[in-house]
Design a protein around this ligand. Sequence first.
Ligand code: ATP
Length: 272
Amino acid sequence: MKRSELAGPALAKPVLDRSALLDVQDISRLYGPGKGCESIDFRLHAGEVLGIVGESGSGKSTLLRVLAGLETPDAGRVIYHTNDGELDLYAISEARRRALLRLEWGLVHQNPRDGLRMGVSAGANVGERLMALGERHYGNLRAAGQDWMTQVELDAGRIDDAPLTFSGGMQQRLQIARTLVTRPRLVFMDEPTGGLDVSVQARLLDMIRTLVRQLGLSVVLVTHDLAVARLLSHRLLVMRRGQVVEAGLTDQILDDPQHAYTQLLVSSVLTP
Ligand SMILES: Nc1ncnc2c1ncn2[C@@H]1O[C@H](COP(=O)(O)OP(=O)(O)OP(=O)(O)O)[C@@H](O)[C@H]1O
């Protein structure tokens, strides 16, 4: 991202539904001293985008995997607030955790190949997640495929093409369509614009920002790119060597960082 984009406007604050969606309580997952994540606490509210930032190796992806039910923590609890009550993510069965990811949550990987089935058509990639929710009507599945391809600004005329024939940016759009078609209550994104050309990144970011706003999505976003964090996140956690060194509103943290590490992170982006 360019400096000028970092200085751009923050995501407009939605009227937040202040109900808690996720409570993260003293979570640790360490592979070695300072490697992984340690003693992490925060609450995510409905309609909120929480950015997790920090340099490479600071533990962002480890934390995201634990939050998304993909890696068991050494200690701590992840409490998910459903409409029917609370679920303790690692006290429920593996099958129930998998079902959560399929039915109520969404995960956008940095590499779209990790989130798509490359050999089947774009439409099938979108329709498949709906089928997991019980939709069987071919016409409805196809219409949803076309609708979502349009929403992510892909040519719906390419619904029968395999994602293998798409560019990296197009594959990422398709992965987002596949994730959002089921209208998940909570979405995890790991470097969603990483590995793409800057101009492709900027257009994709713009689209993600629009969808987040329109759908009022609740998102946990991992990024090492402060410009991405600025554009998408309402609040930030800054991680260093597995620990959160600073947390707060995005503008406050990026405009007036308090911790020496955050000051370094911000200045290393701002200094040519
Ligand atoms: N499965 C694993 N086994 C051993 N060490 C691991 C494992 N996964 C991550 N680590 C280590 O834990 C630390 C944190 O890695 P993690 O991927 O969470 O950081 P990150 O902030 O997401 O970095 P990046 O942006 O480079 O992915 C690193 O030192 C990494 O080498």
